[in-house]
Design a protein around this ligand. Structure first.
Ligand code: BES
Ligand code: MN
Ligand code: ZN
Length: 498
């Protein structure tokens, strides 16, 4: 983990990061945006022009400094009077990535307010990430993430800025945990080891003294407890399933939310075996579970006065003589039966158990599930925008506003009633697949069947955004991204000021 600090002083020696923007109306008109730090911009602009700088997003240009060792220019895109927080977050993240191997850097970017300081701190800390745990002979060649990050602004003495930094540090710490879990290969992350890793993190976060409790149901308890979805999906694997439950109980509680995250540690598709090409990405099929665990830990670390229950149904969807067959009927926790027409539609089965269980908690202000649920999500919204589905428009509006605040892209999707009939089964209460067109919505409608209409519920399909299979950009690395944690945190924070 890199450390974060505030500064307003002169920078001598070391590395500074400043912004670079362009004016679309004037050819090659660049502006250096260094916030509260004054620079000799005339010489620098001449050098930048020589280097062909554009100021576009994700452009990084390094120039040796005179008073400092190095000046790093990070693209802010089109020049603005006030830059969007997400623009600053991404620009800081891109610079932090480009500074892997460096010991320290001072980020001098435009900071109109403390939220801007927060965004730069978050972006830089999120960009300073590496996953090298499974390297052997090549490990020593790898650059370490940028170690020390200082944010330059006029707010450095303000308590609000210090709090913003603390929050950014917590966000980065637990987003890195989420990314690590996603990137960990299924050889090393099974349902059992997932629960053990989380239990260890909860312990180091203070455990009971921080209001946190962990409990785990094993395969025997799941079977006798009637969790037919988790058992049905997990029974084909030598690594048996688990149901992980974390509670955060603050001293004073103003709201109560439950989070449920899909935790398929590997999704082969089961007997509906997926094609080999691209199957490796299915190690990320536990991203929802990781995100809800990261979110509850961040919320607890910030000591927010909101009770949270996080549920992670964990299973490995494998092929074996014991795997669930197409046409098998399973009984979800609570008694509804499901005909498993396609064992690759497994996420909704484990989520159904956990959603029903989560609703045993009375007077929830909201229930949110997070899942890499459908390929149709990626087809509909691409790889960087997640979907929100709901039974409660007001709750969905709160989620979308929290997403905007946090800088994560979410978009509302409908749950059209006419598609529900396609989930009818000739033998069971419902089938696990229906109409192919609108597959993301059909999956949402399946889950809705397990949610009481009076419970405000959100379904977040993060199938595309959870795992970055193309190049790194902004503060987003290749591999696990950690998406949904910041939006869940913001949703909870906003719920107490509303
Ligand atoms: N884990 C997949 C969904 C997925 C696809 C996540 C691509 C991330 C990237 C899920 O379990 C799945 O296999 N869904 C099927 C459902 C279908 C059988 C109705 C799908 O989307 O093809
Ligand atoms: Mn699947
Ligand atoms: Zn899956």
């Amino acid at each position: 983990m890199s450390t974060l600090a505030l500064t307003d002083g002169a920078v001598t020696g070391g590395v500074i990061v400043v912004g670079l923007s362009f004016n679309p109306n004037k050819a090659s008109a660049l502006t250096i945006e260094s916030g509260t730090l004054t620079l000799d911009t005339r010489t620098l602009l001449a050098q930048l022009k020589e280097l062909g700088a554009t100021g576009k997003h994700d452009e990084i240009i390094k120039i040796p400094g005179t008073r400092t060792k190095l000046i790093v220019f990070t693209g802010l895109g089109q020049m603005q009077k006030v830059y969007a927080h997400e623009t600053l977050r991404r620009a800081a993240g891109a610079a932090a990535r480009a500074l892997a191997g460096s010991d320290e850097a001072t980020f001098a970017l435009p900071t109109a307010n403390i939220e801007a300081v927060a965004a730069i701190a978050e972006g830089a800390a999120l960009g300073a990430y590496a996953f090298d745990e499974f390297r052997g002979s090549t490990k020593s060649e790898r650059k370490l993430p940028l170690a020390k990050i200082a944010i330059h602004s006029k707010f450095s003495k303000k308590i609000e800025a210090k709090n913003a930094l603390k929050r950014a540090q917590i966000i980065a710490k637990y987003t890195h945990l989420v990314r690590d879990l996603i990137n960990t290969p299924p050889s090393h992350l099974t349902p059992d080891t997932f629960t053990k890793k989380i239990a260890a993190v909860v312990k180091s976060a203070g455990g009971a003294s921080a209001g946190l409790k962990v409990s785990v149901l094993n395969e025997k308890q799941l079977k006798s407890g009637g969790y037919g979805g988790i058992i049905g999906v997990g029974q084909g694997s030598a690594n048996p399933p688990r149901l992980l439950h974390i509670t955060y109980t603050p001293e004073k509680s103003l709201r109560k939310f439950a989070f449920v995250g899909k935790g398929i540690t590997f999704d082969t598709g089961g007997l509906a075996l997926k094609p080999a090409a691209g199957m490796e990405a299915m190690k990320s099929d536990m991203s929802g579970a990781a995100a809800v665990c990261g979110a509850i830990l961040a919320i607890a670390s910030l000591k927010l006065p909101v009770s949270i229950e996080a549920w992670a149904p964990l299973a490995e969807n494998m092929v074996s003589d014991n795997a669930t067959r197409p046409s098998d009927v399973i009984t979800i926790y609570g008694g509804k039966t499901v005909e498993v027409l396609n064992p690759d539609a497994e996420g909704r089965l484990v989520l159904a158990d956990a959603l029903v269980k989560a609703q045993e908690t009375k007077s929830l202000d909201g229930l949110v599930d997070v899942a890499t649920l459908t390929g149709a999500q990626v087809v509909a919204l691409g790889t960087r925008t997640s979907a929100v589905m709901t039974n409660n428009e007001a709750f969905s509006a709160q989620l979308l506003s929290a997403a905007t605040d946090s800088g994560e892209a979410f978009w509302p999707m409908p749950l059209p009633q006419e598609l529900r009939a396609s989930l009818d089964s000739p033998v069971a209460d419902l089938a696990n697949i229906g109409e192919r067109m609108g597959g993301m919505l059909v999956a949402g409608l399946f889950l809705k069947d397990f949610v009481k209409p009076e419970v405000p519920w959100l379904h977040l399909d993060i199938a595309g955004p959870a795992y970055n299979e193309s190049g790194a950009h902004g503060y987003t690395p290749v591999g696990g991204t950690g998406v949904a944690l910041r939006t869940l945190l913001r949703l909870v924070e906003n719920s107490i000021i509303r």
